[in-house]
Design a binder for this molecule. Structure first.
Ligand code: GFB
Length: 310
C-alpha cells in the first residue's frame, strides 16, 4: 500500500454525479472522513471559490470526479462547454490542491483521450499517437490536459498525483435524458418506454456496429479507491472491464433484461463515433484489481434504479 486512508480527510469532487456518488459509497468502509461541496459552497469553475474551500477544509486527499460529461450528441452540440468547463474545473482543483498541500490526488479522465483508430485493446502508451474522434475531441483535449496537469505537478513539486482513465460507465444516478445521455441509459429508457407503450420498434442511433466497453460505476469506484491506495506513478491507468460488445448486442441484452420483444431499428442520421473503444486492462489487473459486476447484472441494477427514480 502506498497511501493509507485511515483517519484521512478525503474531498470527493463531483459527489452528486454517478461516479462521485459511487466513490462516496465506496469510501464509507475505509475509515476516512469524506468531504463534499455543493455548488453554493464552491462553484468549481471559479478559482477563488475553489481556493477558499480548500483553505478552510484542508483535505488530505482528493478524488476528482467532477466534470461536464455527456454522450456523443451532447459532446458534438456543446463543444465550448465541454472544453471550457472541464479545463476550468480541473485547473482550479489541481492548483488549489497544490496550494493546500494535499498529499494524494486522483484525476479521472476518459477513454476518449485515445486516438480514434488506436490499436485495440488500447494500451496506456497510445496516448497522443494519432488524431482524436471529432465528435468528442473537445472533451478529450480537456481530459488530456488534466492528465498533463497531474503529471506536471508531480514532476515540478514531487506531489503524489495520479490519473485513471475509465471506460464507458453506467449505473445508479446516471443521466437518462435522451438528448444528452450516454448510450446505456438511453437504451434502457428507450426499451423500457417501447415496452410500456406497446411499440413494435425501438430506435438505436447509428449503425449499431460500434463496439464499446462498459463498466458499472460501483466497479469503477472500487478501482479508483484501489489505485488511490496502491498506485503512485506519473503514467495514467486504464479502468475497464476488458470486454466489449457492439451497440446492437448491448441493445439485445437490455431487451432481455427489460423483457421487450420488438424490433431494433437504426437511425442512420446519428453518428457512430469511434468504431471500437476497448482498453487494455493489463496494467490494472497486474496491480491486482478485477471487476466484480457482470454486464447483465449491472444493467439489471441500473434498470432497477431507473424504475425507482423516474
Ligand atoms: O455512449 P455514447 O453516447 O458515446 O454512444 P461514445 C456510444 C455509441 O452508441 C455511439 C450509439 O455509436 C452511438 O451512436 N447509440 C445508439 C447511442 N443509440 C444511442 C442513443 O440513444 N444515445 C446515445 N448517446 N448513443 C462518448 C464521448 O463517446 O463516450 C464522451 O462522446 C465520453 O466524450 C464517453 O468519452 C465515455 O462512447 O461514442
Amino acid at each position: 500500500m502506498t497511501y493509507n486512508l485511515q483517519g484521512k480527510r478525503i474531498y470527493v469532487a463531483g459527489h452528486r454525479g454517478m461516479v462521485g456518488s459511487a466513490v462516496v459509497r465506496r469510501l464509507a468502509s475505509e475509515g476516512c472522513e469524506v468531504i463534499t461541496a455543493d455548488r453554493a459552497r464552491a462553484d468549481l469553475k471559479r478559482q477563488s471559490e475553489v481556493e477558499a474551500f480548500f483553505k478552510s477544509e484542508r483535505p488530505d486527499g482528493v478524488i476528482m470526479a467532477a466534470a461536464k460529461v455527456g454522450g456523443i450528441l451532447a459532446n458534438d452540440l456543446y463543444p465550448a462547454e465541454f472544453l471550457y468547463d472541464n479545463l476550468m474545473i480541473e485547473s482550479n482543483i489541481v492548483h488549489a490542491a497544490h496550494e493546500a498541500d494535499v498529499e494524494k490526488f486522483l484525476f479521472l479522465g476518459s477513454s476518449c483521450i485515445y486516438p480514434k483508430y488506436a490499436e485495440q485493446p488500447i494500451r496506456e502508451d497510445s496516448l497522443l499517437t494519432g488524431a482524436l474522434e471529432p465528435t468528442n475531441e473537445w472533451y478529450a483535449i480537456a481530459k488530456i490536459a488534466g492528465i498533463k496537469l497531474a503529471q506536471s505537478y508531480r514532476k515540478q513539486y514531487g506531489h503524489d498525483y495520479i490519473s485513471a482513465m475509465p471506460t464507458n460507465l453506467y449505473g445508479p444516478g446516471d443521466n437518462f435524458d435522451l438528448k444528452t445521455s450516454h448510450v446505456m441509459p438511453a437504451i434502457i429508457r428507450k426499451v423500457h418506454e417501447a415496452k410500456m407503450n406497446g411499440d413494435k420498434e425501438v430506435v438505436v442511433w447509428g449503425t449499431g456496429t460500434p463496439r464499446r466497453e462498459f463498466l458499472h460505476s460501483d466497479d469503477c469506484a472500487d478501482a479508483l479507491v484501489f489505485l488511490f491506495k496502491n498506485y503512485s506513478a506519473p503514467e495514467h491507468v486504464n479502468v475497464g472491464s476488458g470486454e466489449d460488445v457492439s451497440i446492437l448486442e448491448l441493445t439485445q441484452i437490455v431487451c432481455e433484461v427489460v423483457g421487450y420483444e420488438g424490433q431494433v431499428v437504426n437511425d442512420l442520421s446519428k453518428p457512430d463515433g469511434t468504431p471500437r473503444k476497448l482498453m487494455s486492462a493489463d496494467v490494472l489487473r497486474g496491480l491486482g484489481w478485477q471487476p466484480k459486476i457482470g454486464l447483465k447484472e449491472g444493467i439489471l441494477n441500473a434498470y432497477s434504479w431507473y424504475l425507482e427514480n423516474h
